[in-house]
Design a protein around this ligand. Structure first.
Ligand SMILES: C[S@@+](CC[C@H](N)C(=O)[O-])C[C@H]1O[C@@H](n2cnc3c(N)ncnc32)[C@H](O)[C@@H]1O
Length: 218
């Protein structure tokens, strides 16, 4: 499915989110608080649009994804060519234990078939004391706004996607997967169950997106 949307993936995101995606990516970088030279793994990085934002911090950011179509679309963009793109399944990462200062995933966790196993795998490759930041769609916290947003997701988003995306059917899946994704609290519980500590979250755009941050115990 992601191979099929790769060509116009970045543009479609920006249109469907009314350009909010750029702010969400900056907030993800802030939450990671990376220092120059640290190593960060961006899982399910797709075209590397999320990774390029992380690299601005001076950290060594690695983009990994299992869709070759997405990786190739990213590597074709001139300014992302310097990024290390690695073809990898999030459930079986080709990295040694404890080799990253931080692991992050933006709009990818929802698509992984076994979320608890993925969170355990992310912990394995993170150094003790290192951190995890998950940027993912979530549940708007104001009831009236939540209804409005659900209407947008289920009715308007598929119409817009038909105009901009190279595979509009994928955006029907997007709307449905967001609707059935756990809310902030439930995701936090899943992160704790995978062995992470000090889990907390911050809502962005009224809870359309949530940033969950956690530490790997020392
Ligand atoms: C919505 S895109 C997110 C891309 C990028 N992180 C961003 O912020 O725009 C989700 C990505 O998850 C990837 N993905 C889903 N399951 C995966 C898995 N098990 N291993 C690696 N990548 C996976 C897909 O290939 C896709 O590129």
């Amino acid at each position: 499915m992601f191979d099929g949307v790769a060509k116009r993936y970045d543009l479609t995101n920006t249109v469907l989110s009314f350009a909010q995606d750029r702010r969400w990516r900056r907030r993800t970088r802030d939450a990671l608080a990376l220092k120059a030279g640290q190593r960060v793994l961006d899982v399910a990085a797709g075209t590397g649009v999320s990774t390029a934002e992380l690299a601005k911090s001076g950290a060594r950011a690695v983009a990994s994804d299992f869709s070759l179509g997405m990786l190739r679309a990213g590597a074709r963009r001139g300014y992302r060519r310097h990024l290390p793109f690695v073809a990898a399944d999030a459930l079986h990462l080709p990295f040694a234990d404890a080799c990253f200062d931080a692991v992050t995933i933006s709009f990818g966790l929802r698509n992984i078939v076994d979320v608890p196993a993925a969170l355990v795998e992310f912990r394995r490759v993170t150094k003790p004391g290192g951190r995890l930041v998950i940027c993912e769609f979530s549940t708007p916290v104001i009831p009236g706004f939540r209804q409005l947003y659900l209407n947008y997701l289920m009715r308007l988003l598929p119409v817009l996607a038909r105009r901009v995306s190279s595979n509009p059917a994928a955006y029907v899946y997007l709307a449905e997967s967001i609707r059935s994704w756990p809310d902030q609290q439930e995701l936090a519980r899943t992160v704790v169950a995978a062995g992470w500590t000090d889990v907390h979250w911050r809502n962005l755009s009224g809870g359309i997106v949530a940033l969950h941050r956690a530490d790997r115990p020392v």
